[in-house]
Design a binder for this molecule. Structure first.
Ligand SMILES: *[C@@H]1O[C@H](CO)[C@@H](O)[C@H](O)[C@H]1NC(C)=O
Ligand SMILES: *[C@@H]1O[C@H](CO)[C@@H](O)[C@H](O)[C@H]1NC(C)=O
Length: 371
């Protein structure tokens, strides 16, 4: 009987937190690549990927276990607006940003510039970073600094103790993948099947591609990849809700250099700052449930902290962490298809950026799917 205890541990390792989300985003992007883009990426990716993007999509997290990689790459996974505290108030750069020189936006811009120009291993690594960070942008908790993007907020999900960040990195996706009962067989669309690799989430990708890209969002998804054409517009859109006067009073040239470094570059096909705004707003709209703001009477004991650090969760769940697998929270997210939409948006934008870099005739748009 003893070995049974370890089953959940092994299971969670095989389907590690965060990995599936990144791989699904990359798989959706691959469906939308033009043939020319795909052929060129195939030359850059290592042979063991068999020309797929998904196998390298979580690499940028894996290397964080190595102190050298971690030391210079860890700030690239997120961006922290100063003064932001969802759900009480959402602030998106109006008061500046923590770590303006190196963050998720500068990383996406940096690797969008490097990927088409580098060679050899440098190009391979830059591509892996770009695939990963466009994925991170679509996990909205990477856009707020409140308790390290929700990593420090203990909650329960399907009774297990995890963090708010963990729920969005893995819990909601794992549940959706587990519960989908249809799309277990190949669909007629060759583009979809060609991007799949026999992964546990294949039915979920078919579901998102067929019912989402070809259904719910078929008229809007190509606009997701749109970027504003003038360099100052990111500032206008970021500020107009909070203070319409900013539109006129704060031209971007008057901004401190530290804030300008986060601005989108109109010469690049990616605009993480512009795309991030609506994603960030989700933290106030839905992601941080208000019950997290009532003081939690339970403080972790030292043994719980050790267990949490070593095995990732505590065996004896306390009743006072809020359960998020409820109709009001997880049920609403499922009904709004929010997780599926975030994964699809990440995929569409990644494909659009790669098509623009490697097959400019695609005109910055993920190609309309021909079925
Ligand atoms: C840009 O990428 C290079 C190559 O990986 C890296 O050395 C540098 O730190 C990056 N800069 C920023 C601001 O992310
Ligand atoms: C497939 O299953 C999902 C729920 O998991 C459902 O929303 C959808 O309508 C189903 N599609 C078909 C074609 O049966």
């Amino acid at each position: 009987m003893k070995s049974l205890i370890f089953v959940p541990l092994l299971a969670s390792k095989a389907f590690a937190w965060g990995v599936a989300g990144h791989e699904i985003t990359a798989t959706i992007a691959e469906i939308l690549l033009t043939d020319k883009t795909r052929d060129q990426l195939c030359e850059i990716l290592p042979p063991w990927t068999k020309c797929h993007l998904a196998p390298v999509a979580a690499w940028a997290d894996k290397i964080k276990s190595d102190p050298w990689w971690r030391s210079w790459t860890s700030p690239m996974h997120y961006v922290n607006p100063i003064g932001d505290w969802p759900s009480q108030h959402c602030v998106y750069g109006e008061d500046g940003w923590h770590m303006p020189e190196k963050n998720l936006f500068t990383a996406i811009n940096n690797y969008t510039r490097i990927v088409p120009n580098a060679v050899g291993e440098e190009q391979d690594f830059a591509l892996r970073f770009l695939i990963h960070y466009i994925g991170d942008l679509h996990q909205p908790l990477h856009l707020t600094g409140r308790e390290r993007g929700g990593n420090g907020i203990k909650v329960r999900f399907e009774r297990r103790i995890t963090s708010l960040h963990g729920v969005w990195d893995g819990g909601l996706i794992t549940k959706a993948v587990r519960e989908i009962a249809n799309y277990t067989r190949p669909v007629p669309e060759k583009r979809i099947e060609r991007a799949l690799r026999g992964a546990i989430y294949d039915p979920y990708v078919r579901f998102i591609a067929k019912e989402g890209l070809l259904g719910w969002w078929k008229d809007e998804y190509s606009s997701w990849a749109h970027c504003p054409t003038d360099s100052a517009s990111w500032l206008l859109t970021a500020s107009e809700d909070a203070n319409p006067q900013l539109r006129f009073n704060r031209p971007s040239s008057g901004l401190p250099v530290s804030t300008r470094s986060l601005a989108d570059d109109p010469l690049l096909p990616a605009c993480p700052n512009h795309w991030g705004q609506a994603l960030h707003a989700l933290n106030c709209e839905i992601i941080f449930p208000p019950q997290l703001d009532t003081p939690n009477p339970h403080k972790s004991s030292w043994i719980e902290k050790v267990l949490d650090k070593t095995v990732g969760f505590v065996f004896n769940p306390r009743p006072d962490y809020p359960e998020l697998n409820t109709p009001e929270y997880a049920g609403r997210i499922r009904n709004e298809k929010l997780v599926e939409k975030l994964l699809a948006m990440g995929g569409v934008r990644l494909a659009a950026v790669l098509n623009d870099l490697f097959d400019p005739q695609a005109d910055g748009k993920a190609r309309e799917l021909t079925w």
